[in-house]
Design a protein around this ligand. Structure first.
Ligand SMILES: Nc1nc2c(ncn2[C@@H]2O[C@H](COP(=O)(O)OP(=O)(O)OP(=O)(O)O)[C@@H](O)[C@H]2O)c(=O)[nH]1
Ligand SMILES: [Mg+2]
Length: 306
C-alpha cells in the first residue's frame, strides 16, 4: 500500500549532565562536561514507499548525551539519528513552516540535540576555587511533524485496462507492479524510478472514468502534474483508434488541460499482432513490447530526449 501521509514526533537527545567531582589529592574540582545529545536528520530517498515505516512507529528520539566524568573527562556525545523519507515529501511543523525534500540524497537537520551541562571544573575561578555545582544538560529540540508525499511523477502511463501499463513500468523500473491478463489488475497507482525520473502507472481508464466509473478516476489527479503522458494502446485491440479516443475523452472531461500535455502514443504488445495504425493525427505511434529489448531501449531514449 502506498502511504502518502503520516504524523510523527521527533526529539533530539538530551544533553548529558555535568559532573561534580574533586581531585583526590589536591581537592580541586575535576568534574567534566556532559556530552551533547544526538540530533535528528532526514535524508531523501527514491523509495516511494518510504513513509510506510512512520505508520507503525510515530515517535523517534536520538540518543542522549553521556554524563560528564571525573578527571575532566567529558561524557560521550549521543548518536545522531538519520531518518529516510521519499523525495517529494513535504514536512510541516506545528507553526505551519514547511520544507520539501526535492532531491534524492538531500539531507537536512530536523531537530538539534541538547547541549551537555558544564561540569564543576569549568566553574572554577579565583573567587570560587571549589565550585560544588554543575549544570544539567539541556533537552533536545522536540517537534511534531506532518509528512505528506506529493506524487510528482515525470511520466504518466495511461490507457485502457489490460493495455500493458504495469508491465511496461516493471520493464523500465524496478517497481515490481502486479501484472495480470485481466482488466483492473492495478488498484492504486504504482510508481517506479528510471534514471532519477519518476514514472507513474495509473490504473486503467474506461469510458465514464471521469464521472467515477472504474478505478481510474480517483487517480486522474495524479497525472495533472506529469510532464509527459505515455498513452498505451494494445496492439491486440480490434479498434486502437477507438481505444485512444475513449481515454482522451475521459482526460478532457476531467480536466481539458490534460489534452495539452505532451503525449507519446505506444502500441503495446507489438510481438502479438501486426501494427496497422502508424499515426494518430500527426502523432507517430511507437510499437513496443516487453519482449523486445530494442523497443524498450528506444523508448528510454525517447523519454530522455523529450
Ligand atoms: N506478449 C506480450 N504480453 C504483454 C506485453 N505487455 C503486457 N503483456 C500482458 O498483458 C497483460 C496485461 O498487462 P498489465 O501490465 O497487467 O496491463 P495494465 O495496463 O497494467 O492493466 P490494468 O492494471 O488492469 O489496467 C498481462 O497478461 C501481460 O503479461 C507485451 O509486450 N507482450
Ligand atoms: Mg496494471
Amino acid at each position: 500500500m502506498l502511504v502518502d501521509e503520516a504524523e510523527i514526533i521527533i526529539k533530539g537527545g538530551h544533553g548529558g549532565t555535568g559532573r561534580v567531582s574533586f581531585r583526590r589529592k589536591m581537592g580541586g574540582p575535576d568534574g567534566g562536561d556532559g556530552g551533547r545529545g544526538g540530533s535528528i536528520y532526514v535524508k531523501a530517498t527514491s523509495d516511494i514507499y518510504g513513509l510506510q515505516q512512520y505508520l507503525s512507529k510515530k515517535s523517534w528520539e536520538a540518543e542522549n548525551g553521556g554524563r560528564g566524568g571525573s578527571e575532566i573527562s567529558s561524557g560521550a556525545n549521543g548518536k545522531d539519528l538519520l531518518l529516510t523519507m521519499p523525495v517529494g515529501t513535504l514536512l510541516t511543523n506545528e507553526k505551519g513552516e514547511e520544507i520539501e525534500l526535492s532531491q534524492v540524497d538531500q539531507e537536512l537537520l530536523l531537530a538539534k540535540g541538547g547541549l551537555g551541562g558544564r561540569g564543576n571544573e569549568s566553574f572554577k575561578s579565583s573567587t570560587n576555587t571549589t565550585p560544588k555545582y554543575a549544570q544539567p544538560g539541556l533537552p533536545g529540540e522536540e517537534k511534531k511533524l506532518k509528512l505528506k508525499l506529493k506524487l510528482i511523477a515525470d511520466f504518466g502511463l495511461i490507457g485502457l485496462p489490460n493495455a500493458g501499463k504495469s508491465s511496461l513500468l516493471n520493464e523500465l523500473t524496478s517497481a515490481g507492479a502486479k501484472v495480470g491478463d485481466y482488466p483492473f489488475t492495478t488498484l492504486e497507482p504504482n510508481l517506479g524510478v528510471l534514471k532519477g525520473k519518476v514514472l507513474a502507472d495509473i490504473p486503467g481508464l474506461i469510458e465514464g472514468a471521469s464521472e467515477g466509473k472504474g478505478l481510474g478516476h480517483k487517480f486522474l489527479k495524479h497525472i495533472e502534474k506529469v510532464k509527459l503522458l505515455l498513452h498505451c494502446i494494445s496492439s491486440e485491440s480490434e479498434d486502437p483508434l477507438r481505444d485512444y479516443k475513449i481515454v482522451r475523452r475521459e482526460l478532457a472531461k476531467f480536466n481539458p488541460e490534460l489534452l495539452d500535455k505532451r503525449e507519446i502514443i505506444l502500441m503495446t504488445k507489438s510481438d502479438l499482432a501486426e501494427i496497422k495504425l502508424k499515426k494518430i493525427g500527426n502523432k507517430e505511434v511507437i510499437p513496443i513490447s516487453i519482449h523486445n529489448w530494442d523497443s524498450i531501449q528506444n523508448l528510454i531514449k525517447i523519454l530522455f530526449e523529450a
